[in-house]
Write a protein that binds this ligand. Sequence first.
Ligand SMILES: N[C@@H](CCC(=O)N[C@@H](CS)C(=O)NCC(=O)O)C(=O)O
Length: 259
Amino acid sequence: MTVDLYHFWSSVCSVRCRMALEEKGVAWNSRYIDLFKFDQMEPEYLAINPAGVVPTLVHDGVPIRESTIINEYIDAAFDGPPLVPADPVKAARMREFIRACEEDFPAIVKLTYVKYILPKLRNRWGDAELHKQAARRPTRFYKDIHGRGIRGEIGADELADAGAVIEGMLDRLDDTLEGRAWIAGDFSLADIAIAPYMYRLYALGNERFWSADKRRNVHDWYERLSARPAFVTAVSWPDESGGGYEEVGLKTQAVGAAE
Ligand SMILES: N[C@@H](CCC(=O)N[C@@H](CS)C(=O)NCC(=O)O)C(=O)O
């Protein structure tokens, strides 16, 4: 049996799948797709993921795409602790939460792009190359974000809107966690779906949004979440091009929620 994960160190969607694989105890091979070198648009990769995004899981030669679908697949296809609750109502709650996370994804991407990805790309490439690569993106979503980002068109208003979406996400998380340890009751793919967003917010210096006095439930849950070995392994994948988050002044390692 071969399990290959095409992924990138800091990609939130890749973190999701690394965490699910670790939680299940699946042995997997790393196929590194360097988004800062535009590997995601190489023909060999587009052949298994025409959208030119990571991650892709390839199990015995069969590609599975979309991080939340990959995680459902990982849970169903491999032995190990279940990551979908057996109770159908809890499973439905889990999927509702994951769907909401997907809807909030553009807000995380915008914030990330301006504050972290673009500075890293600019350290490596000039404007002409960045414009050229933005135009090559197979999806309208990334053509738009990368194109406007490079032209400096993702301005303060749009970032403030993204911030409001993230505040709403944290409120929803805090409400959902009232009286329970994990989002769907049992630890599940819902906790894994939002885990990398939290880590990214942490890296961007936003963990004050879940300080104990602001969002107590999120604060306590993040302490539990970030103590899980699978979380630590998933978020600690090295930046194989060097530099890591520190290169652009961000924090690196979350082991327990910071105040
Ligand atoms: N809905 C997809 C989204 C995948 C996605 O957008 N991945 C990002 C990294 S988190 C990516 O590959 N971006 C490519 C790029 O920036 O060109 C999933 O959940 O797998």
